[in-house]
Design a protein around this ligand. Sequence first.
Ligand SMILES: [Fe+2]
Ligand SMILES: [Fe+2]
Length: 267
Amino acid sequence: MSRPVAILFVGDVVGATGRRLLLALLPELVERHAIDFVVVNGENAANGVGITSKIADALFDAGVDVITLGNHAYRQREVYGYLDAHERILRPANFLKSQPGHGWCVVERDGARLGIVNLSGNLYMRAGHPVFPHADAALHALRDRADHVLVDMHAEATSEKVAMGWHLDGRVTAVVGTHTHVPTADARVLPGGTAYVTDVGMTGARGGVIGVRRELALEALTTQMPVKFEPSDVDPWLNAVVIRCSSEPMRADGIEQLLLPAPSGFR
Ligand SMILES: [Fe+2]
Ligand SMILES: [Fe+2]
């Protein structure tokens, strides 16, 4: 039996600035929007690339239910064993089976079961398997295990994400895009009842270049020479969506975009 539930999905958390902003805003957001489940893309949480077990633990301790990842999943070697051992941290389901971790899980609260699937696009991205049949395979694995399913489609190309929205419309509760770190203005519920947005955006410093310190990104682009990137801390914003699930399984009543600057005094 499903009941109306609300999901907060937070776009790619970048570095310490993104993590601190998320932790600062999360309790109030959960209360204000009556959130049941919190899902966070954490692929840039560790100094801009990947995630560590310590950071993942801190996010879970703060009330995050599930962490999704993406192309940066394996940038921190230390986390490989953690990805295998912990149910509620996901890397894309269409990565190779031999790569650490797994691509979907189910969380339950007050009788509501939410399945989460992490996918990687194939256009301009490295993922071992084609994403469309692997999305179907993940849904098959989740059949009868979840009342609602949220898919994080981590992909570069807007076309591939829009296509995944149509592919899954009516079969999952929500398809949210991540990876570009720039929010798109197309959040809506598709005709079949699936909440959709091409990119949620990022939770990090908007004063950089998609999270990277502006001067380092510009140096790399202007000199065409290698530059070691560091996360920016200028002008942090939280980018997220709130998905209102319907009382009917695998359907959404609404999707609301949250684009929130850091409160005054945030450091
Ligand atoms: Fe990212
Ligand atoms: Fe990414």
